[in-house]
Design a protein around this ligand. Sequence first.
Ligand code: ZN
Length: 78
Amino acid sequence: MYYSRKKPQAELPTEMTDIWSCVNEDCNGWMRKNFALDKEPVCFLCQSPMKHDTRELPMLNESGSAVQVVNKPESKDE
Ligand SMILES: [Zn+2]
């Protein structure tokens, strides 16, 4: 699939990743299954149940950097 919009960043390799997705349609909460501690987690945003889903995500290193991403002090939401 091709997009006409410019990509500001270099393309990262992606893979279909198992995730938990919030059942609440008004909520964007989701987490990688690899980082879910509970067998059936609840959404950290709205505490709704979560359902199994897949999403194409950038591949992560074995080092599990995503855990550090959660704890990073600086917000880069801009
Ligand atoms: Zn939610």
